[in-house]
Design a protein around this ligand. Sequence first.
Ligand code: HEM
Ligand code: HEM
Length: 228
Amino acid sequence: MVKQQLVWDLPVRIFHWCFVCVLVALWYTSDQDNDLIEIHMKLGYTALSLVLFRVLWGIWGTRYAQFKNFIPSISELKAYIHDFRLGKAKAYIGHNPLGSLMVVFILFAVLLQATSGLFISDDIFSAGPYNGTLSESFEKLLKTTHSNGFNIILTLSGLHIFAVLYYLIIKKQNLIKPMFNGKKLNIGKNDGIAHSRLLIAFIIAVVVVGFVYWLVVINAPVIEEYYY
Ligand code: HEM
Ligand code: HEM
């Protein structure tokens, strides 16, 4: 056994805590009374960039960040739930099968929320860059999605935080510290990752930011002026 080894690479940790901060800020700026909808939209582009980054990092990232190493099969999931109920679930070095499923759901929910935001307006002064490009009924559907989607994100986040606290308090496993320093204690010699692949992360980040800039600025159709 080697004492402390790197499990969560730096990009995953930066992604995680930025994601949390951006989602809180998105919630705060979504309140019409605050008059912060322009900032809300910019934060929405940031959330979109973070999700796209994480999806690509799930392909080219380090061992425990890669989807192929953590998205469970149905049988793995069933076995985990079965063992969990009996209190026999083994500890995982990366995400456990239920946690993995939650990661996928959260990423998908935020992707849907940010994408729907691109097509809607607040019916006053502000509109996403693609507002007016789809049929009225479809945009109405996206607006309903956007208005209600955040409740789903909140529920998933609540469950996620509950699970992390359950592990901390009941199972006496602190998963939070490794999300800060990346390291886990007492795992097998070859179970850690050697480094964070920062150059690849940097290239992915540049590509994602470039793509989102193209999507919301360069490629966006000219928005009709609103006259009152
Ligand atoms: C808005 C709230 C939150 C969201 C949307 C969120 C989302 C996520 C996501 C997507 C991951 C997967 C990370 C990855 O593989 O890239 C994750 C992991 C994790 N998060 Fe959060 N998170 C939130 C709040 C928190 C808070 C407040 C804590 C600490 C109390 C926390 C602790 C953790 C831990 C420990 C993991 C790793 C779990 C494991 O070991 O499998 N999260 N979270
Ligand atoms: C993941 C990212 C996002 C989250 C979590 C989020 C969350 C929210 C929430 C909670 C509301 C209030 C809904 C209501 O009270 O009915 C809202 C409204 C709004 N959002 Fe977002 N949003 C995101 C991304 C975006 C993006 C990318 C845009 C546009 C570029 C956008 C544009 C708007 C607009 C225009 C409103 C006002 C809609 C109305 O008046 O009904 N949002 N958003």
